[in-house]
Design a protein around this ligand. Structure first.
Ligand code: MF3
Ligand code: CO
Ligand code: CO
Length: 257
């Protein structure tokens, strides 16, 4: 979407801030022994407590027979995105992606709600991990390209060049996107590409940037559950995402506390 007035911007700022707090709380609970369903339920309850509606729950994607059953996507190791909450317990050393979306205020609150979307990846048990650090940095590098007049190719080029220089794979099949009035809107924001190519960013546009990187080949496929994207070579993967508003000279990150 492109925001039409200050009120919409205020709604996105408030919703984004609340969603970031929910994600941070889920991340700090991603400890050995905790199941992905427990994390999902925690996040879902926090969204409801914030006065929002979980936007992934019941979300339908073309070609996928079942609507998404959770409020939080939890993707472990070779799982790239859209991992389903289950009774699987996390283990120390797991690389765990947590992705969450919210409509705020809730759909029951009068219909002026807007969508934000954010993700991060943690190493269970703590410590540092090169893939996680590089993927996080690639999101910052992508966001640094955002300003009115830039092209989506500028973002993709910056993310891709950085990650490939660090010798990580860049997932192509999944991309960032416009957001705000719906979970997914135009334009697509690939994490690869050429400078100066593709849709032009305009002031007030709301977009979600979300690089996904792998330790091995960037090729991905859908797992048997119909939802989870996994790497074809079983290499591990990381994912970070922010919803931002395009400004004249840069970007304002909406999904941070
Ligand atoms: N969070 C994903 C994105 O960043 C979309 C998840 S849709 C779901 O675009 F249904 F899988 F939850
Ligand atoms: Co997301
Ligand atoms: Co997204």
């Amino acid at each position: 979407m492109i925001i039409e007035n200050q009120k919409e911007l205020e709604i996105l700022r408030e919703g984004g801030k609340k969603l970031a707090a929910v994600l941070n709380e889920a991340a700090s609970n991603a400890k050995e022994g905790v199941t992905t369903r427990e994390l999902n339920n925690l996040a879902e309850n926090l969204i409801l407590k914030s006065g929002g509606t979980p936007s992934f729950k019941g979300y339908k994607v073309r070609g996928v027979p079942i609507p998404y059953p959770g409020s939080l996507c939890v993707s472990i190791n070779d799982e790239v995105v859209h991992g389903l909450p289950s009774d699987r317990a996390l283990k120390n050393g797991d690389i765990v992606g947590l992705d969450i979306g919210m409509l705020w205020p809730a759909s029951s609150a009068g219909g002026e709600g807007l969508y934000t979307d954010t993700a991060l990846t943690v190493l269970v048990g703590g410590g540092t991990n090169k893939l996680i650090n590089a993927t996080k940095k690639s999101l910052e590098i992508g966001i640094a390209q955002v300003r009115a007049g830039a092209r989506v190719g500028d973002i993709g080029h910056a993310i891709q060049s950085f990650l490939e220089r660090e010798e990580f794979g860049v997932v192509r099949e999944l991309v960032g996107h416009g957001v705000g009035r719906a979970v997914h809107e135009d334009p697509e924001i690939p994490n690869f590409g050429k400078k100066g190519i593709g849709a032009e960013l305009v002031e007030g546009m709301i977009i979600a940037l979300e690089p996904m990187a792998t330790e091995g080949s960037p090729k991905v496929k859908i797992a048997k559950d119909g939802w989870t994207w996994v790497t074809k070579d079983s290499s591990r993967s990381a994912h970070f995402e922010h919803t931002v508003v395009v400004t004249k000279n840069g970007a304002e990150i909406l999904t941070q506390t």
